[in-house]
Structures are given as structure tokens and as C-alpha cells.
Design a protein around this ligand. Structure first.
Ligand code: ADP
Ligand code: MG
Length: 227
């Protein structure tokens, strides 16, 4: 299994007590498949992604990425694992306003310490893969919301991650553009064999994903794919 969460519990401080955001959550995501996570706002979806991304350490349980258990890792080891194995797309694309699309990717290549002469052509190929071949030299304000999300997806794929974690990429998009982003994520998952987790509150987009799980009050249940 490329991504596994086993019996993960996460609490946050809440006044004098603690709020349970993830309650004994287990999830297995094989390579080349998309798991959709649905559920109401506040149910724990973003917390689930943050734990899978090793950005938050849970109170208990284990997160395994590409065969490596992460619970014993220190900060530096987790950061290295993220750079090597994880692609993360947040709800907001978080692009740098002064950089063109292709430069957003090049900067990421530089930050991750793997600068290579081929960075530019790799970045251009990835932008083409997300349908932005003609927009590579545009800055964020010259791109639509959907195009910006595509840049963020291309950037997340830069290091060929084993795991792709995507948080509500369609929340700021209209229906057609949202559906196109989900289509793209399914296609990329198949092509690149990533284990993909796609959080969304829009059930209607999920007809093509492989599995759907539903988060309610920090607990995971199974749902039948719609389609
Ligand atoms: P979702 O993404 O499904 O909207 P979240 O994972 O963001 O849900 O939040 C789950 C619960 O945890 C909510 O009750 C939220 O208020 C709480 N929560 C999220 N992040 C924090 C935090 N950093 N500190 C305290 N409580 C938090
Ligand atoms: Mg959220």
C-alpha cells in the first residue's frame, strides 16, 4: 500500500479539554488510484490530509508512506520525506504573484535542492500535462482560478511523488471547471501511478474516483461511488 493511515487519532486543544478531529481513522490508498474524501465542513478532512502529509503528528496511530513508517521520524526526516514522496495541493493555490507559471515550478525545484539543467523543460512538460502549455509564461493574475489550480497541481508533481494529497481543489470553481480538475487528477493518477487522496465536499464530481470515504465528526465510513 502506498499510503496507509492506521488507527490515527488526532486531538486539538479546546479550552480546558481536547477536540477530537480524527477518531481512530484507518485508510489505505494503493498506487494509481484516487480515494475521494467527502464530509461536512469541520468533519476532519483537512486534518486527515495534514496528518497524511506528516505536517501534523497525530496523538496515536501510524502513517506509512511508500513503505516507510513515519511516527518515529524527526522533523528533518519528515521534511525530507515530504520533498521526496509527497505532492500536496492546498485549497488555495498559494502561487507567488511575481512569477510566471513555469517559474513557480522552477522555484520549487530549487527549494527542494534538486536543481538540474533540465528543470525548465521538466516544468514545461508538467504544465503541458495539466493543459497549460500555452500559459507557461503567464503570472497568476493573468490566469483563471482553474488555471491557477492546475499550476499548483503541476508543481505538486514536480518531484514525481508517490502520494498526491489534494484539499478541496474545486471549492472556488464553477461546476464545469471543478469537474475538469477532478478529471485531470484522475488522469494524472493513472499516468503517474500516484496514490491520490482528493478531499472535496462536492460529491457530484466523484463519479470517476476509485473509492469514496465519508468523514463525519472525525470518523471514516465507506460510501458507494456515484456514477
Ligand atoms: P474540514 O477540513 O472537514 O472542514 P478540519 O480538519 O479543518 O475539518 O477541522 C476538524 C475540526 O478540528 C473542526 O472542529 C475544527 O474547528 C478543528 N480544528 C482544525 N484545525 C484546528 C487547530 N489548528 N486547532 C484547533 N482546532 C482545529
Ligand atoms: Mg478543510
Amino acid at each position: 500500500m502506498t499510503l496507509s493511515l492506521h488507527d490515527v487519532t488526532l486531538t486539538y486543544p479546546d479550552g480546558d479539554s481536547r477536540l477530537t478531529a480524527l477518531d481512530n481513522v484507518s485508510l489505505d490508498v494503493p498506487a494509481g488510484s484516487v480515494t475521494g474524501v467527502v464530509g461536512p465542513s469541520g468533519s476532519g478532512k483537512s486534518s486527515l490530509l495534514a496528518v497524511a502529509a506528516t505536517l501534523i503528528t497525530p496523538d496515536s496511530g501510524e502513517v506509512t508512506v511508500d513503505g516507510t513508517a513515519t511516527s518515529g521520524m524527526d522533523r528533518a526526516a519528515r521534511a525530507a520525506l515530504r520533498r521526496r514522496d509527497l505532492g500536496i495541493v492546498f485549497q488555495q493555490p498559494n502561487l507567488l504573484p511575481s512569477l510566471t507559471a513555469v517559474e513557480q515550478l522552477e522555484v520549487m525545484a530549487r527549494i527542494s535542492g534538486r536543481r538540474r539543467p533540465s528543470d525548465r523543460s521538466r516544468a514545461e512538460r508538467l504544465l503541458a500535462a495539466v493543459g497549460l502549455a500555452d500559459q507557461a509564461h503567464r503570472k497568476p493574475q493573468q490566469l483563471s482560478g482553474g488555471q491557477r489550480q492546475r499550476v499548483a497541481i503541476a508543481r505538486a508533481l514536480l518531484n514525481d511523488p508517490a502520494v498526491l494529497l489534494v484539499d478541496e481543489p474545486t471549492s472556488a470553481l464553477d461546476r464545469d471547471r471543478g469537474a475538469a480538475i477532478v478529471d485531470l487528477l484522475v488522469t494524472l493518477t493513472r499516468q503517474r501511478s500516484t496514490a491520490t487522496v482528493l478531499v472535496t465536499h462536492d460529491h457530484e464530481y466523484l463519479s470517476e474516483v476509485d473509492h469514496i470515504v465519508e468523514m463525519i465528526d472525525g470518523r471514516l465510513g465507506t460510501r458507494q461511488p456515484i456514477g
